[in-house]
Design a protein. Sequence first.
Length: 415
Amino acid sequence: MMQTVRGVHDILPDEVAIWQFLEAKALTIFGLYGFTEIRSPLFEKTELFARAVGATTDIVEKEMYTFADRGGDSLSLRPEGTASVVRSFVQQSLHRQLPWKVWYRGPMFRYERPQKGRQRQFHQIGCELFGPVGPLADAELMAMVMHYLGDVGLQAALVLEINSLGCLACRTPYRALLIAALRQAAAHLCEDCNHRMERNPLRVLDCKRETCRATVTAAPIMLDHLCLGCRDHFYQLKGHLETLGVPYVVNPRMVRGLDYYNRTAFEVTSVGLGAQNAVAAGGRYDGLVEQMGGTSTPAIGFAMGMERLVLLLDRQKILARGMDVYLATLGASAENAGLVLAETLRRGGISVELNLGGGSLKSQMKRADRAQARFTVMLGDTEIEKRSVIIKDMAEGVQQEVARSEIMDYLLTRL
Ligand SMILES: [Zn+2]
Ligand SMILES: [Zn+2]
């Protein structure tokens, strides 16, 4: 039997309503803030991700689906969405028409160990905003993500966590301070942390191990060593969030592993997903466009994992919409008349599941239940002769004879 590849799933028709709901909400809500959708290719040159995501990151070193195409070029399936958007921004010389606000959705690919909420083909919705350098943009983007997550109706409480990662100017001396402090505490840190301490000390702050977490509480934090510009940016950001009435907590241990991230970092976490609790993650990356060969342009963005959102959604709120009408027919002439009636109703905007396979009235009523039909319209020889139909309201259980000429009006006033 042919089966899907490990870590890859069909999104079946029963489930797809939830995905469409999440995407439709993104279209609507991001649109309110002036974002339009961009659809990037699913694969790019491997070099793009090596430069944008970082050649020494786990994603690029261990997790990408990389292959040589028939022309010998090294290509990779996209492991995330930002690299392509930045590539597009540079390729189209969009620095001349700022601000540029886009959102994207779709599958990403990483060779990771599959587990609940983490697949090898997974899906993200994300936004990128190019141009504005000030904290107003940061605050607006956070307000937008909270608006979105509030609107889709998650079951768990959401917390917006913010931090400042400083800039190259203030992070360099801080980094040296941090390395010195970590060296002194090395005996209390895990093996991984001992390895990454020199190369990427910020990641040690992020270690999930209890002993490491306890040890780093004494380490210096970036927030205490921000330069004047970074301190002002963070102070203003907090002010804007307060003005907007968006609650937040400052998490000084939230980090990003790469140098082009600067100043604002944020995550929205949800209680109820255990350790893997980030629903959305984002931040400023003022250095990336230039690093990708473009004209230096500030930018900020975020991404959300759709699989996690689907797990957290209050499904009861997303009504799997059934059919408006199940059209039951008895006898050959009724089948023929039913075919025409169904088409007429559909042209009037009413969804109709037409009985396509004979069967008794009883078995057809069962099919009407399965189609979650609001009404069952019944058509037999008697009704054809009287130029009428019987309409049954499936929720109320009552039925009524309705003249053929009245059906459309009857249904439209009740749907
Ligand atoms: Zn700074
Ligand atoms: Zn550790």
